[in-house]
Write a protein that binds this ligand. Structure first.
Ligand code: NAP
Ligand code: ZN
Ligand code: ZN
Length: 351
């Protein structure tokens, strides 16, 4: 198959910094859309993947799954997009399209889903490579339309941070009378607050960081609970219908389970792995409480969210960086020193 060599940023090992190298993009096939990448958000998953935190990275890896770009070319069979359209690509670039999950727009739970990076690229028989790059070629079924009224850099985080929090908010029917809490104010957390607020819920943030209280309220939180303050945690017992936990590392979920009301759900989206300490079942049994998880969202649901953000003029709060500053950005993200998502201006890769 014909390919084009383009510039990308990534790494060949868990220990090395990200640096520039060339990768190949396939020539478009009948259903493909070729996209010039304008902006790409920086997700904590990019860092986990680059550093092999989950033990499954195949190198080299080119991260990036919050992609905004312009269509430059379409295949003969493409009907939804044309040259010049403002489009997006999120965490998925393919799936089997026939399994029970794919049939009901839950491609993220397809056993054969293909991640935007680190997945298996059947066209080139290599890993898929993500958005820290000049261009990408994606089947039109996995390309999304971006409302033109949204800021092109500010909308990028909707593609992962946004949909990862929107999908559980919708699944658990959050609306006007809901009491929602969010654990951790980072990329996912700040979108969770904005989206839950826009759905009309009463929103509380649990944070370790007292210096984030004002920001959280400006983002739409009605209240902030400092999770390290025992007295504040005790006052919060039995209050929430849904808690979205975005913390990236193993931590004690038990204090949060206690703050759920009867039938309430704690949905973990941040940490992938065994819990430590273990869950105590007593409060779950005594109050029919659930601890659940959720993975990104399907393509139709992501389009629904982009349209919702367009209608309600919801953008992320971002700091735009050059690709050459990505390693510094990773170190700052580890210290929670970002308000609240880095977005790479991909023009910088051309310089
Ligand atoms: P982020 O921007 O780094 O935010 C994480 C927040 O968690 C921090 O701002 C901090 O908030 C809190 N936190 C960080 N370290 C902590 C610790 N050791 N103990 C307690 N709280 C801590 O990360 P993100 O991009 O939002 O991603 C969050 C996690 O979600 C990552 O692990 C990522 O891989 C995962 N993720 C999952 C999905 C999915 O589909 N389920 C999708 C995307 C990302 P405070 O200072 O307010 O406490
Ligand atoms: Zn992500
Ligand atoms: Zn499938």
């Amino acid at each position: 198959m014909k390919t084009t060599s383009i510039k990308a940023y990534g790494t060949a090992s868990a220990e090395a910094d990200l640096k520039q190298f060339d990768i190949n993009r396939r020539a478009i096939t009948a259903n493909d859309v070729a996209i010039d990448i304008l902006f790409c958000g920086v997700c904590h998953s990019d860092l986990h993947f680059a550093r092999n935190d989950w033990g499954m990275t195949q190198y080299p890896v080119v991260p990036g799954h919050e992609i905004i770009g312009r269509v430059t070319q379409v295949g003969a069979g493409v009907s939804k997009y044309k040259k010049g359209d403002l489009v997006a690509v999120g965490c998925l670039v393919d799936s089997c399209r026939t399994c029970a999950n794919c049939k009901v727009d839950l491609e993220q739970y397809c056993p054969s889903w293909v991640g935007t990076y680190g997945g298996y690229d059947k066209h080139l028989d290599t890993n898929t490579h993500g958005g820290y790059s000049e261009t990408i070629v994606v089947d039109e079924a996995f390309v999304l339309r971006v409302p033109e009224n949204l800021d092109q850099a500010g909308v990028a985080p909707v593609l992962c941070a946004g949909i990862t929090t929107w999908s559980p908010l919708k699944h658990w029917n959050v609306g006007k009378n809901s009491k929602v809490a969010v654990v951790g104010l980072g990329g996912l957390g700040h979108m969770a607050i904005k989206l839950a607020h826009a759905l009309g819920a009463h929103v509380t943030l649990f944070s370790r960081s007292a210096n984030k209280i004002e920001d959280a309220k400006a983002l739409g939180a009605h209240e902030v609970i400092i999770s390290t303050d025992q007295a504040q945690m005790e006052k919060a017992m039995g209050r929430f219908d849904l808690i979205l936990d975005t913390v990236p590392y193993a931590h004690d979920l038990n204090p949060y389970v206690g703050t759920l009301n009867t039938n309430g759900t704690l949905c973990v989206v941040g940490y992938l792995g065994p819990l430590d300490p273990m869950l105590v079942t007593v409060p779950m049994i005594m109050g029919r409480k659930s601890v659940a998880g959720s993975l990104i969202g399907g393509i139709a649901e992501t389009q629904e969210l982009l349209d919702f953000c367009g209608k309600h003029n919801i953008n992320s709060d971002i700091e735009v960086i050059k690709i050459q500053d990505i390693n510094k950005a990773y170190e700052r993200m580890l210290k929670s020193d970002v308000k609240y998502r880095f977005v790479i201006d991909m023009k910088s890769i051309k310089s």
